[in-house]
Design a protein. Structure first.
Length: 494
């Protein structure tokens, strides 16, 4: 490890306990200070992001606003204190299973977290994005591994975050940045690091998750990786709102040049759907958009060529790809159709994520058992979407929905998966390969639990209990208390 990385790891470790001990309301005020500072610097940050990523100004200003909103949302969750999940079982000599000791349980921060920033969300999943916000909210120091796709933006944003945290009185070393692939791997391997988070490709996420698991002391690692985000459209839905479905589909596929983890990659529609002309017309009206960087452009070109060359594939909207002298790609949507039989025959080629504005319409024969089909074709996904007619709830549709819950973290009805709302109930995760760990989310206040672990104190004197577990409750956090005599035995209240 280089001297610089050694200093960063030592600073994070030194900050861990003081930061964990901060009053939740002080930590909440620090998160709000970061949100305020980012919004105050929007006019300086957005042009840098535009130049480095090619994303549109309106998209980036909306994303910056989302970043500030999620910081404030975590601040509210921290100030409330319910995230600590405090449970107190009072001593009970008459407990049904024998005398019960006083037991008090809550959640504590894991310690320093390495957050690998994403390329496609230079604000919301990068320096001050959801992973950073949730780790800081939990009371964990953050070591951000910056993304090479927006280095200037990383440096400017990181300086703003660090200054805001310091001005709010947070400990030194609570937020630091490293750049470079080797540096990121090295810091993830350091024993002072207690957790990792990542948003990106399956190979990179699998590699990093392997490092986290192979350490002498393995650590939790939450990686958001790849997703096909299948959509299922019934005949009833098409009869009811074809134009709306076409418009929503093309908009969702083409937004930000399709460089979104929730882009719908496959739409399963009835054979004879009649969507071709509508899709072609809608796609033709989409202006060219730059891909994030030459590496992504190269990957998109190769993926698009493989799909178009696959047996049985019919181009509905072939789209355009223009590569400039620097290797930057400018694209419009490519949407193809394929029969279910041809998809099954070419599954090794077709059933992969296409990072860019490419999607496949799968033409499904009548009476196909979709519930039985899903497990044979699909692995885990971030999302799955169902478009059905109003009031349509056939046994077949119910079975499909039940199966989709086993294959996706979020099941949508009548909408499109892009545009992930930052709310307490949001779930942004799913079974492998959508994530490396399908026990949490990277969006919404539940994301804080990724960086906490439970600890119980049994028979501890009040003066040695941490503030949230004390009977006096100096932090004023919610406490679920089971007083003596409350439980009379198993099944007594059934």
């Amino acid at each position: 490890m280089t001297p610089e990385l050694e200093t960063i790891a030592a600073n994070a470790a030194a900050a861990a306990q003081p930061f964990a001990d901060t009053n939740p309301r002080d930590r909440a005020r620090a998160l709000v200070a970061v949100a305020d500072a980012i919004e105050a610097n929007a006019d300086a940050l957005v042009p840098i992001a535009m130049a480095e990523t090619g994303l549109a100004e309106a998209r980036l200003r909306g994303e910056l606003r989302r970043t500030a909103v999620q910081l404030r949302l975590f601040a509210e969750a921290v100030a409330d204190g319910a995230y600590l999940d405090v449970r107190i079982d009072a001593a009970d000599p008459e407990f049904a299973l024998g005398p019960r000791a006083d037991v008090r349980r809550y959640l504590v921060p894991l310690g320093p977290v390495v957050n690998f920033a994403a390329s496609n969300f230079p604000f919301a999943f990068s320096v001050a994005g959801g992973d950073t916000a949730s780790a800081l909210a939990a009371g964990c120091p953050v070591i951000l591994k910056g993304h090479p796709g927006h280095p200037e933006l990383t440096g400017r944003t990181a300086a703003i975050v660090a200054e805001a945290l310091a001005a709010a009185g947070m400990p030194d070393g609570v937020f630091q940045v490293v750049m470079g692939q080797e540096e990121g791997v090295s810091i993830l391997q350091d024993p002072r690091v207690k957790a990792g988070s990542f948003t990106g490709s399956i190979p990179a996420g699998q590699f990093l998750a392997g490092i986290a698991a192979a350490r002498e002391v393995p650590i939790p690692f939450f990686g958001e990786l790849g997703s096909l985000n299948p959509v299922f459209v019934t005949e009833g839905a098409l009869a009811e709102r074809t134009d709306e479905i076409v418009s929503g589909f093309v908009t969702s596929v083409s937004g930000s040049a399709g460089q979104l983890c929730t882009k719908p990659g496959f739409v399963f529609a009835p054979t004879g759907h009649g969507l071709d002309q509508g899709i072609a017309d809608a796609a033709a009206s989409v202006a060219p958009h730059r891909l994030l960087n030459p590496r992504i452009a190269e990957g998109y070109v190769a993926r698009r060529e493989a799909v178009l060359a696959s047996a049985g594939v019919r181009a509905i909207a072939e789209g355009r790809v223009e590569i400039d002298g620097a290797g930057q790609g400018w694209v419009t949507p490519t949407i193809v159709a394929v029969s279910l039989d041809d998809l099954v025959a070419a599954r090794a080629t077709l059933l992969e994520e296409s990072f860019g504005p490419l999607a496949v319409v799968v033409e499904v024969p009548p009476s196909t058992d979709l519930a039985a089909l899903v497990p044979t074709l699909l692995d885990g996904n971030l999302t799955a979407t169902v478009h059905a007619a109003a009031g349509e709830a056939t046994p077949e549709l119910r079975s499909l929905v039940r199966v989709l819950t086993e294959h996706a973290g979020r099941v949508l009805f009548g909408g499109w998966p892009t545009g992930v709302a930052v709310t307490p109930a949001m779930q942004h995760g799913g079974p492998w390969p959508a994530t490396t760990n399908d026990s949490s989310t990277s969006v919404g206040t539940a994301a804080i639990t990724r960086f906490l672990r439970p600890v119980a104190y049994q028979g501890a004197p009040e003066e040695l209990l941490p503030e949230p577990l004390q009977t006096a409750n100096p932090w004023g956090v919610p406490q679920a208390v089971s007083p003596a005599g409350e439980s009379t035995g198993w099944g007594a209240n059934l």
